[in-house]
Design a protein around this ligand. Structure first.
Ligand SMILES: *Cc1c(COP(=O)(O)O)cnc(C)c1O
Length: 404
């Protein structure tokens, strides 16, 4: 972005990606340099790679209460979403072709659904959300048709952090015999989750959101559920995903998952404290500021705020000059001038949606980082608002009312 002259660097974009933990990077190195074998080979080099991959699969499975053979390793959350939705629709075409999802899903889900509609392979219902970005289980129930084959509801939203009623929807789908997919990329490793207790048939997870490497993720496919592979070729991943196994990636993902499981409660407590201090501090210091998303059903690390009368992009550039990395909506839509589809679905007026900033904390953030943002952000908003005729008008109107 811009030239940074700041003395401090504060990374607050962990929903976009996280740094790889040093011990994770170190564990991976061995499977690139020394034990570099192809996990499909029968010789010793291959067996070592295979064993490491299977160990990683078990670690990834354990963090969601799944069995290792239900985990398909692939390139990331996007591929997992693609395979879950397209693969389930194609494999279950005999039962119907209606899909239920929501307006606030990640584009990996939305664009896959839209593609299936264009190809004439599915009819999709996109459920609305309330002002806190919550989907109602009743709305899911009402949308179910005799030909509904799949419900796809994200576990927690990547932009505003709202945690969805996954258990209720899972129970509903189980009763009706409908496949239930959840994009849990933001929740996996951050919240306790158990695929059996929650009635989940398909779950997407990604390594680089949990301090593992980029380019690897997983789709959980419950035993007995039918999903058509997207990538064909060799017989890897029990014929469900072809291509030479990404052994270093798997090893890194597995270790990151194990660390997330061990550290989950401690991380959660720390992040919630930092998050709430950040949110409350900004709401108190900066008038015309609102929190987007649910106040309590919320990811531990997510703060998404709208600062009225200013452009989110301008805030981001100013923050970047101060060494603070934040985001407006999702990384995939920033750069475009479209307001976030999530904020619009929540009913935010476009001009307020434009003034939104997402700050997502991570394990490396400290109290000092939060202090720094609370120090540098309010003057940025003041300076930008000084250029807003609308802000001047609103303040003048208020002063006049006070005076008269
Ligand atoms: C990041 C993200 C994805 C995409 O995962 P990749 O591994 O980057 O492809 C999908 N869904 C959600 C909710 C995400 O936050």
């Amino acid at each position: 972005m811009t030239q940074t002259t700041a003395s401090r660097r504060v990374y607050l974009d962990h929903a976009a990606t996280t740094p790889v933990r040093p011990e994770v990077a170190e564990a991976m190195l061995r499977f690139m340099v020394t034990d570099f074998g192809n996990a499909s080979s029968v010789h010793g080099f291959g067996r070592v790679a295979k064993e490491a991959t299977e160990n990683a699969r078990a670690q990834v499975a354990s963090l969601m209460g799944a069995r290792p053979e239900e985990i398909v390793l692939m390139s990331g959350g996007t591929e997992a979403d693609n395979m879950a939705i397209r693969g389930a629709v194609l494999a279950n075409a005999g039962r119907g072709r209606h899909v239920i999802t929501t307006k606030i899903e990640h584009h990996a889900v939305l664009h896959t659904c839209e593609g299936l509609e264009k190809e004439g392979l599915a009819e999709v219902t996109y459920l609305p959300v309330d002002a806190q970005a919550l989907v109602s289980a009743e709305a899911v129930a009402e949308a179910i048709r005799p030909d509904t084959v799949l419900v796809s509801l994200m576990f927690a939203n990547n932009e505003v952090g709202t945690i969805q009623p996954v258990a209720e929807v899972g129970r509903l789908c189980r009763e009706k015999g409908i496949l239930f997919h959840t994009d849990a990329v933001q929740a996996y490793g951050a919240l306790p989750l158990d695929v059996d207790a929650l009635g989940i048939d398909l779950l997407s997870a990604s390594s680089h959101k949990i301090y593992g490497p980029k380019g690897i993720g997983a789709l959980f496919i419950r035993k007995g559920r039918k999903v058509r592979p997207l990538i064909t070729g060799g017989f890897q991943e029990r014929n469900r995903r072809a291509g030479t196994s990404n052994v270093p990636g798997a090893v890194g993902f597995g270790l990151a998952a194990e660390l997330a499981m061990k550290e989950m409660e401690g991380r959660r407590r720390r992040l919630v404290a930092l998050r709430d201090r950040l949110i409350n501090g900004l709401v108190k210091k900066v008038e015309f500021t609102r929190l987007n998303g649910h106040p309590t059903l919320r990811l531990p690390n997510n703060a998404n705020l709208s600062f009225e009368f200013v452009e989110g992009e301008s805030i981001l550039l100013s923050l970047d000059m101060k060494g603070v990395a934040a985001s407006s909506g999702s990384a995939c839509t920033s750069g475009s001038l479209e307001p976030s589809h999530v904020l619009l679905a929540m009913g935010l007026p476009p001009e307020v949606a434009h003034g939104s900033v997402r700050m997502t904390l991570g394990t490396g953030n400290t109290d000092e980082d939060v202090d720094y943002v609370l120090e540098v952000l309010p003057p940025i908003i003041d300076r930008l608002r000084a250029m807003s005729p609308l802000h001047a008008k609103v303040v003048a109107g208020r002063e006049a009312r006070k005076g008269g």
